[in-house]
Design a protein around this ligand. Structure first.
Ligand code: DGJ
Length: 732
């Protein structure tokens, strides 16, 4: 909440004052309405399409549920908030004290302050409704004004009642190399819990975002849809409780398990934001809302185009050499790439990082591998006319490292117990609740950036969970703060880094896609979707990821065949066409590629530069889901002006005499005319639609007929097919 919040009783009705105690928060197309009578209960009235004055008036005097239910006023019901007072009282009874509103930074903020009727404990239920994107963020601020500490047992960010009917939930499930699988299921009586307890990475297992389709089985471009994304990087819990009432009860917040929080006198605890959106244009509509908000307000440098890069990991793994790095830089520059990133294996003095069993924390260049150090590589990158970036894993160490020898007390581990190790049998997590560790991590980045100001990019990895709960820094009676304080520590570090280096591109990587969440994205420009770079599986993973995250944030790389994770052999054309639907990069050893393959990549990189603004800043329309198992998948991006679009089509199954659906497009202007041009063409003859002009209305009603296979020489035929079409507006 902004400091300059003007505290005043402010009853808003469609932007004006009302005799009723209704609060109307609105975005361009949505409204959220609450009732907040002074001395009464804060009640939830409405969330959905934007209300007119007439409809808003009709809602006066109605309400659905308490807007932030506390444990104590109705104990059998699920609660958003539960606390224990210093005298042992486990109940709360909250009433509205005052409402404060302010308008700043492109949004309207409202804070409804509730106070306990007996104890000096208060809750500010806060909302931020954006003026130009359809997102309302909700969070709470819990304040203990008493003399003694209060224990927070449950502290959700927000609660939302969702009208029953035929409501379906869509969420993302998966783990390493199998991230972001889309799961869609109807909500049934009972409790659905989606949670994470990793401690460090929170988008393996399940994601902290859901979509709720209110009109039955989810559709991409139709149907009322609520989207919810918890903006938190740590352990979280989403609960959907369904009893015999008319509403599903949705709660989202920090996972309180093993995280009871002791709130000191005069301390305020801020819960992370829950970003809510509503769309009547289905899942894709809700995605577009999330993406616009992310680019505009949430993601670091969200409105800037990303460079096309080569990352060294799958090309050389730990086998870093100066000549090898130079060769890769020359190769990516030769294909039109703009940046090279040196992954793991470049550091360690006493203990060289030759495999994953040592050296994390010893962030000095290994001059046995790189005699001219980072400066030498930067000079080479400059010579090749590209940028240069580095891999780091700042939150971690290994038992075999100079850092651990010096600071064995800096790790997360249960007191009195032997350290529990992770990756390589030696990895340990640094205790970010400790300010000294925070300084160490900040200084690592600061020193790199000071020594090598030419660094453009950092790949920030995190490959371990917290296996053994305990902090040598936190006092004995605050051990339960560890999970929360770890992420507060990370946030402090990232804020310092971003204040000093706002333009540095930083990728959030965490054993692949373990950190795709809006808790870290304010500090990161993008995330690595998965260590699985198999193009076919990526169709599924990137589809799921796109429900909540924009293409500009989704690192998507062309890799080798056979693929290093699935060992599947997929033709380069298909690998390119999948990678080109996100933030394009390469994850390959170019010296193993043929000239023909390099030429295809060079052409694709050139064409991606042309479509990059549409892909990275356009609106997504998902058309044919791979999860529907109809043999193909398809989506498109459309520029905000609807004058350009990129259409993707990937075959996901191959049979003879197969009958695939023809895919109607979406999101175009019906009255505009578009010329169609195929990108990355490998066929011996152009498509029938090549160069032809169609109206948006036709394309959205009919789509285009696409051959199921590529027309190529016999020896080049294979079981994959994909198409990328570029649509550009032309005068009628
Ligand atoms: C895990 C990441 O997900 C990979 O991309 C790679 O950077 C390795 N770590 C390096 O150890």
């Amino acid at each position: 909440m902004k400091k300059n919040l003007i505290l005043a009783l402010c009853l808003l009705l469609a932007g004006g004052l009302s005799a009723q105690d209704l609060i109307h928060l609105s975005t361009p197309h949505t409204s959220l309405v609450l009732s907040a009578p002074e001395g009464g209960r804060l009640r939830y009235v409405y969330y959905g399409t934007k209300l007119t004055h007439t409809d808003l008036k009709a809602l006066e005097g109605t309400s659905i549920a308490d807007a932030y239910p506390e444990y104590g006023s109705s104990c059998p019901a699920e609660a958003a908030l539960a606390v224990t007072q210093a005298d042992g009282n486990m109940s709360l009874q909250l009433e509205v004290e005052r409402v404060a509103t302010t308008d700043s930074d492109g949004a309207q903020e409202v804070a409804i302050r509730l106070r306990d009727t007996v104890y000096p404990f208060s809750v500010a239920v806060c909302y931020r409704a954006y003026h130009d994107v359809d997102i309302i963020e909700c969070w709470t601020e819990l304040t203990n004004s008493g003399k003694k500490p209060v224990t927070l047992r449950q502290f959700a960010s927000a609660y939302l009642p969702v009208r029953r009917g035929d409501v379906w939930v869509s969420h993302l499930h998966g783990s390493w190399a199998n991230e972001a699988n889309l799961v869609q299921e109807p909500l049934k009586p009972g409790m659905l819990v989606i949670d994470n307890k990793d401690g460090v990475r929170n988008s393996h297992t399940d994601h902290a975002e859901v979509m709720l389709s209110l009109d039955g089985r989810p559709q991409e471009n139709a149907g009322r849809t609520i989207g919810a994304a918890l903006c938190y990087a740590g352990n979280y819990k989403l609960r959907i409780d369904t009893h015999d009432g008319e509403y599903h009860n949705f709660f989202a917040g920090i996972n309180e398990e093993n995280s009871q929080y002791v709130l000191e006198r005069n301390e305020t605890f801020c819960t992370p934001e829950l970003a809510l959106t509503y769309s009547s244009e289905g899942l894709s509509g809700a995605s577009r809302n999330f993406h616009r908000w992310a680019r505009q307000y949430k993601l670091a440098n969200g409105t800037k185009l990303r460079k096309i890069l080569l990352n060294s990991w799958e090309g050389v793994y730990f086998d870093i050499t100066e000549e090898g790095m130079d060769q890769m830089m020359q190769d990516i520059a030769g294909m039109g790439g703009e940046l090279f990133v040196m992954d793991d294996g470049w550091f360690g003095a006493k203990y060289p990082r030759n495999k994953d069993t040592s050296s994390l924390g010893d962030w000095v260049v290994d001059t046995r591998k790189l005699p001219h150090g980072i400066s030498g590589l930067l000079a080479n990158a400059k010579k090749h006319g590209i940028g240069f970036g580095l891999w780091i894993e700042p939150e971690m160490t290994n038992t075999t490292s100079e850092l651990y020898e010096k600071h064995p007390d800096w790790i997360v581990n249960a007191p009195q117990r032997d350290p529990v190790t992770g990756r390589g049998g030696t990895q340990l997590v640094l205790d970010l609740s400790n300010p000294e560790v925070q300084d160490f991590v900040f200084n690592l980045v600061d020193t790199l950036m000071s020594n090598y100001p030419g660094l453009e990019y950092l790949k920030w990895d995190a490959n371990m969970s917290i296996p053994s709960h305990g902090s040598g820094y936190l006092p004995a009676d605050r051990q339960s703060h560890l999970y929360i304080d770890y992420h507060r520590g990370l946030e402090q570090v990232m804020k310092r880094i971003r204040a000093k280096y706002p333009d540095l591109t930083i990728q959030a990587c965490a054993s692949g896609g373990g950190r795709a969440n809006y808790g870290v994205l304010p500090w990161f420009d993008e995330f690595w979707v998965s260590d699985n770079t198999d193009a076919l599986q990526r169709v599924y993973m990137q589809w799921g990821t796109s429900l909540f995250f924009p293409a500009v944030a989704m690192a998507s790389h062309i890799s080798a065949a056979p693929n290093h994770q699935t060992f599947r052999t997929i033709p380069l054309k298909y690998r390119i066409d999948v990678a080109m639907s996100g933030r394009l990069g390469m994850e390959i050893q170019p010296k193993n590629m043929t000239d023909e393959e390099k030429n295809l990549c060079r052409k694709a990189i050139g064409e991606y530069k042309q479509i990059r603004p549409v892909v990275q800043q356009g609106d997504i329309y998902r058309l044919l889901s791979p999860y529907d198992k109809l043999g193909a998948a398809s989506l498109m991006y459309v520029s905000p002006e609807k004058d350009k679009a990129v259409f993707y089509w990937w075959k996901t199954e191959h049979f003879v005499n197969q009958h695939l659906p023809r895919v109607p497009m979406a999101g175009l202007h019906p009255d505009k005319c578009y010329r169609v041009h195929e990108l990355n063409r490998i066929d011996n003859k152009p498509l029938d639609c090549e160069g032809k002009v169609y109206t948006g209305a036709y394309l959205m009603a009919n789509g285009l007929e696409l051959p199921y296979n590529h027309v190529v020489d016999y020896h080049k035929q294979n079981d994959y097919a994909s198409r990328v079409l570029y649509l550009e507006e032309v005068e009628r």
